[in-house]
Design a protein around this ligand. Structure first.
Ligand SMILES: [Zn+2]
Length: 327
């Protein structure tokens, strides 16, 4: 996860102003400022449905020196945000709360270090079960592919079974390499099966053990910010920037920083594969936006365009019902 993302939104905004001149100003339903302002109204993420935090509130946190202190000081700063924390982050926060009673003078990093070994073992256990399942496919894959898979699995096992690996295991890089290896397999069913198994590899967002292992390497104030960062609202480029997606609200959806970062430049259909509830969550966000538009806080045109773009880019998987907009 990129820790600079709260500020990243600002950076994107500055760069984007130049590009947005390609469109006529009157065609763009909301300015960046207007779209960002919507985040003051508890908007749920388009993809995961979790409530998002306004990026300015996060930026203020970045300047809060109490985050450098011991756990109990940091806990009192973060307490107001407990409700918007994602589930794993909230669990870790509660772990910090109970540990800080016993170790009042330790900071977040020192507390994680106390827990690291046990969580690392738990993580490796989950990972190795999944790697075993993937390795099984060597028996049924074409020879060349099986050889490549064997190589990848040996390298991966070397990383996860080494207590001090040169480079930590990355789920994202692993899945990317795996996709490359199996891309030419003709049997689509086997291909999907292998990827489905690989996607079960824990992310720091879905297993406390993965969060602890990843964050023990970070500085204490970064660990504190990582509890909040996934919830920060961002502009998701529905058509990725690298595919010439526009840099304005015609191409922006409000998404939490976690979902935005985990999509990278993949198509929305891939994002839905990883997040099967995305179509329902997108509908919940649309309902919220429609309610805001009834109060004059969001333009109708933004919602109508969002429906159109989502429908096209998701191969018609996301078909928002916005009939209430004109009711
Ligand atoms: Zn999300």
């Amino acid at each position: 996860m990129n820790n600079n993302n709260g500020a990243g939104m600002e950076k994107k905004a500055v760069k984007g102003e130049k590009l947005s001149f390609k469109c006529k100003i009157q065609d763009i339903p909301l300015t960046r400022k207007e779209l960002k302002n919507l985040l003051h109204f508890h908007i749920p993420c388009l993809c995961c449905g979790m409530e998002m935090l306004h990026p300015d509130i996060y930026s203020n946190l970045l300047e809060n020196h109490a985050l450098y202190g011991n756990a109990s000081d940091v806990i009192s700063v973060l307490e107001p945000f407990e409700q918007i924390m994602h589930p794993v982050e909230r669990q870790v926060f509660n772990m910090f709360k109970s540990m800080s009673v016993k170790y009042p003078n330790k900071n977040f990093k020192e507390l994680l270090e106390l827990k690291k070994d046990i969580h690392e073992l738990a993580l490796v256990k989950i990972q190795s079960i999944i790697f075993n399942k993937i390795s099984f496919y060597r028996r049924i894959l074409p020879k060349k592919t099986a050889r490549q898979l064997r190589k990848l699995m040996i390298k991966t096992n070397d990383i996860i079974f080494d207590p001090q690996p040169h480079k930590p295991f990355s789920r994202r890089i692993f899945i990317h390499k795996l996709k490359n290896i199996i891309k030419n397999i003709e049997n689509k069913k086997i291909k999907t099966e292998i990827l489905e198994i690989a996607r079960r590899l824990p992310r720091s967002s879905d297993e406390v053990c993965a969060f602890v292992v990843k964050n023990t390497r970070k500085r204490p104030e970064v660990i504190a910010l990582n509890l909040i960062h996934p919830s920060v609202g961002t502009f998701e480029h529905l058509m990725p920037k690298c595919m010439n997606g526009m840099n304005n609200s015609l191409n922006f959806a409000l998404e939490c920083s976690y979902c935005n970062n985990s999509r990278h430049h993949y198509p929305i259909s891939v994002q839905i594969e990883e997040n099967p509830y995305m179509p329902q969550n997108a509908q919940i966000q649309a309902e919220k936006l429609i309610s805001l538009s009834k109060k004059g806080l969001c333009k109708k045109e933004y919602i109508q365009n969002l429906k159109k773009v989502l429908q096209t880019l998701s191969d018609e998987i996301i078909c928002l019902d916005i009939s209430r907009l004109d009711a």
